[in-house]
Design a protein around this ligand. Structure first.
Ligand code: ASP
Length: 290
């Protein structure tokens, strides 16, 4: 049984300007892209990468195009992809001038001999493999929108994106991509590219992607925690809810989670005002929510 669920960031979404609706539509398109790959026998890794591409292209989301600039006006992005079969992962942090950070993270996993590259080293790796670079202007979506969204991003939350999937071979994968929080310091890295925090995938339990206030999420290693809860017998949904309770009780942080377990059961939870998301199981309809 194949399945996929995606999110477009837990936060205080403004319900009046149309961005939340646009984010839900992008989630539906992302699931459609991933579901088509999975139904054709494609891998969970391919499905989550393709789904995150759609979300990285959406200008109202804080990943790839539409990322928040930092206080220097530079765009520094973080991404993590993980293969639940081998537990291999690829991550990048503070990468600049890349349209699809998730694909560079995947190349780190497959081609760098390492699992996590940052800053100038990540840049050098991207150039060494001929990874497509872009101008920073392609990532910024206009001063008005950026300023507007910075104001909207109270509590320093962004609109990070993520996807998790189960393929026909029974393999799980997880992916998370972000421009980080609004008004962040140069060099700031949140939970998103940290293994077990921004995402985790293990065929023995579940695949998980997290979003929210990174400085809190990383303290409870939230994505791995969801997998551990699934390992104790909780459903994917109950495991997400339990991990959000831990986040609240131990850090008073805000966030959201999506998960799919090794049987294809979907779960999600968040303690923010909204978290646009969408999912599909088998060849079933795409279900979306906020
Ligand atoms: N977790 C992300 C970060 O702290 C932000 C978000 O999910 O919106 O970088």
């Amino acid at each position: 049984m194949i399945g996929i669920i995606v999110h477009a960031g837990a936060g205080n979404w403004n319900v009046e300007n149309g961005h939340l609706e646009e984010a839900v539509r992008a989630c539906e398109a992302a699931v459609a892209a991933g579901q088509a790959i999975l139904l054709n026998g494609g891998s969970a890794l391919d499905a989550v990468e393709a789904a995150v591409h759609v979300l990285e292209d959406c200008p109202v989301l804080d990943a790839g195009r539409g990322s928040y600039p930092n206080t220097d006006g530079a765009v520094e992005m973080d991404a993590l992809i993980m293969d639940g079969r081998s537990l291999k992962l690829g991550a990048i942090a503070a990468i600049q001038r890349v349209r699809h950070p998730i694909s560079l993270a995947r190349r780190v996993m497959t081609d760098s001999g390492h699992h996590f590259l940052v800053g100038a080293g990540a840049d050098a790796f991207a150039d060494s493999i001929g990874f497509p670079r872009c101008d920073v202007s392609e990532l910024l979506v206009g001063e008005d929108l950026v300023k507007y969204r910075q104001k909207e991003a109270q509590a320093a939350l962004g609109d990070t994106v993520g996807a998790v999937a189960l393929d026909a071979a029974g393999d799980l994968a997880a992916a998370t991509s972000t421009g980080g929080t609004a008004n962040k310091r140069p060099g700031r890295v949140g939970d998103s590219p940290l293994v077990g925090c921004g995402a985790y995938a293990d065929n023995w339990t579940a695949a998980v992607s997290a979003t929210g206030y990174g400085e809190a999420l990383m303290r409870v290693v939230i994505s791995k925690r969801v997998c551990d809860f699934v390992g104790t017998g909780l459903s994917a949904g109950s495991a997400c809810e339990a991990a959000i309770r831990v986040l609240e009780e131990r850090t008073e942080g805000d966030g959201g989670l999506i998960a799919i377990d090794a049987r294809g059961q979907i779960g999600f939870a968040f303690n923010t005002q909204a978290m646009p998301h969408a999912y599909a199981v088998g060849d079933g309809p795409i279900v979306s929510g906020r």
